[in-house]
Unconditional design. Structure first.
Length: 156
């Protein structure tokens, strides 16, 4: 046999095997690989989009939190201002009520003092009348005794 002929036949068989592999087997290998690389690329793209969306959402959330804090601070300031106004108003009302109660108490004290003075005058007047009546009774009794003694003296 001829060494060259064997080499040529082997090259033809090898070339045919490569052609069959490239025509039929290679596409069956490449198709899943291309599909897998496409899915990986899509996954990476989706991950990148997800990162961007996450960054946007985080920025938006921080903005909302900042706005909420500002509104809460505004509400707290307004509530404190309103509380101070209510306290001041209550102090004013309490002062006015205290002044009114003090005036009413002073008026009541004056009325009670006037009544007490009047009662004292009446009681002193009654005591004076009783005392004067007793003194008069003693004088009358003394006068009566003097008359009786004078009568007795004339009769004796």
């Amino acid at each position: 046999m001829n060494f060259n002929l064997t080499l040529v036949i082997q090259m033809l068989v090898f070339a045919t095997a490569i052609w069959v592999t490239m025509k039929f087997v290679w596409p069956m290998i490449l198709t899943p690989m291309e599909e897998r690389s496409r899915r990986i690329a899509q996954g990476l793209a989706a991950a990148e989009e997800g990162r961007k969306a996450f960054a946007e959402a985080e920025a938006k959330a921080q903005g909302l939190v900042r706005e909420a804090r500002e509104r809460a601070a505004h509400i707290l300031d307004a509530a404190q201002k309103q509380a101070h106004e209510i306290v001041e108003q209550a102090r004013g009302q309490a002062g006015a009520e205290g002044a009114r109660l003090l005036a009413a108490a002073q008026q009541q004290i004056e009325l009670d003092a006037a009544r007490a003075r009047e009662d004292l005058r009446r009681d002193l007047g009654a005591l004076a009348v009783r005392t004067a009546a007793r003194v008069l009774e003693r004088e009358v009794d003394a006068g009566t005794h003097a008359e009786l003694i004078a009568k007795l003296a004339t009769e004796i």
